[in-house]
Design a protein around this ligand. Sequence first.
Ligand SMILES: [Fe+2]
Length: 125
Amino acid sequence: MKKVNFTEMKNGTKEDYQLLEKYEKDFERQTADRILKYLASQTSTLEGYQITRLEHSLQAATRAYKNGESEEMVVATLIHDIGDDLAPMNHSQYAASILRPYVSEKTYETILELTILLLIYCTKH
Ligand SMILES: [Fe+2]
């Protein structure tokens, strides 16, 4: 793979930055594949739960599908917990941020508010 010639950004040439832009566009086009690969790796869970994160994600997306939600919402539901490993206190914001460039405001807001809804649900029990 071709690389830039600079070691400090300030020394980059037009050709260097065109090369980086090409690689970044290629990387961006592969985002869905990386998300699905990560999702498939979620075969463990937090202590205390009976199912893995992957199973939970599939259950949630299946429920969204059976509830007649849009394809966009079903996909959003599928990855709604994808940030739980790295952002356990605000994982819905993490997932919402991943989705934001690709989904409607309604879907973004729905995923964004999941942590709040979960806190409300958990404190009622
Ligand atoms: Fe969840």
